[in-house]
Every structure is written in structure tokens, then in C-alpha cells.
Design a protein around this ligand. Sequence first.
Ligand SMILES: [Zn+2]
Ligand SMILES: [Zn+2]
Length: 274
Amino acid sequence: MRNYPFNLHSHTNFSDGSNPPDDYIKAAIKTGLEIYGFSDHAPIPKIKCNWCIKKDMLKDYFRQIRKIQKENKHKIKILVGLEVDYIPEIIKPSDFHVYKPDYIIGSVHFLKLKDKNSLVEIDSGFKKFEDGMKKHFNGNIEQITKYYYSQIIDLIKSGGFQILGHVDKIRVWIERINPEVLKSDWYNELIKEVAEESFKSGIYVEINTRGMYKGVTNEPYPSWDFIKILDSYNVKMILNADTHRPDGVDSYYGVTLLKLEIMDVKNLVVYIHK
Ligand SMILES: [Zn+2]
Ligand SMILES: [Zn+2]
């Protein structure tokens, strides 16, 4: 696929994005996108989350985007979804089915430690990640990586969502601490397990370009090697920008598509909304 006029991962000012939904649609139409989806961060119970939609704004979020969806139906197909965290005993994607979203992206941004109330933040900067790793995983990158993927597998098994978000987000910290981990046999086995479970559950795994345009990594989430394995397991993949601004509705799509073509990836598809 040379051209990929779709993006289902975006954040507006309902959560941690910069602009109201309408501005993204204007940009998407201008860019020539055919399907555009909103996936603001769902609120997380019991946790102070300053990048989530406030719970009392959720209805407004759906109402406002459904309105834009109708107004633009002859110009672009708009979907309204949510990016929902998976934290055992705290939050899971199916908790939000009551709002009837068109789709849900399931993501892991926090690790929940068994028998403890503390969480380790994966996506709030290196310092917080490193502190959590030192405190709860003996400062051991292997331990925390294994734990991260066990939570990813639990997310896949818990179901109730359609798209798996930035599956190897922890990779940026592994690259920084010990990139050799990414070449190890055990890491490869973990990736294969994720691929197998993803295929069994029928979910789409997103190829997320955010790390590239943010300049934190040279590869998408998941990495090229990870994508190769997903492809060999026939896991359906979609390309997403995870944009937080209207000027990034298809950021880094060109280079990513070119690389996927060179790699001869067979399972890049278009998300089918049922
Ligand atoms: Zn995310
Ligand atoms: Zn996101």
C-alpha cells in the first residue's frame, strides 16, 4: 500500500491534544484522508490522570463528535473511539462499552504490581520509568520488560477492544538502558507470544508513528522486527499517527509505508468498522 488515507489514533483537547475535534477533521480532509478516528484517553478510576478526558466530559465528547460525523458524512468517514488503559482490577476496555464507541484502542501506560497499590508509569518520561524499575524490579530491565509483556498479554486476553495500541512502547527505555535485550532469544519469544495471542483474538495491531516524529526512536511501535513477526503470524495491522495536533494527522506515513513495502509486509489492512 503506497497511500494510506486513514488514521484512527488521535487526541483532541478533550484529553491531551491541542485542538477541538473539528480542527482535526479540517486537516484530515485537506490531507485527503478518507477515514478519521478520534481516540481520546478514557478516564482512569482512582488515578489522578491529567491527560485523560474528565469523566463528566465523556458524554460531551461523544455528542460533539457524533455531530461532526453527521455534518461531514459526505466528505469523510468519521469514527469516534477511545484509547482505554488496561490496569488489572482498575480499568479495562470493556468498561467503556456503555458509551457505544465505534472502536476502542487498548493500551498499557501503567504497570500494576501484584498485591501492591503502586503503579509504574511507562509513558511519563524516563525518570518515572527508571524510578519504578529501581523500586519494584530491582533496577532490572529484563524483569520489568517481562512484566510489561505479561500485562500486554492479559490485555489481549481480556478483550473488549479492536486495536492494540503502541504494543512495544517500553522499547524506547530498553533502547536507552540495554539495547541488547531486543536481540535476545527470550525477548523474541515474548514477541511471538504477543503475535500468537493477537492472531487468536482477531484484533488489529497498530503501527504507530509517534515515536518517530517525536524523535525518541527511529522505528515505529512496534519495531520493524516485531512487525515482521506479526506479519508471519498473519496478524492484521493498521497504520496510525497517534497525533495530538491537527498538523500531524498522517505524520511519518510516507517513510513508514515505503519501509513496509520494502519489507514486503502482507498484513497491512484497512480497519473495517462493523
Ligand atoms: Zn497511548
Ligand atoms: Zn494515544
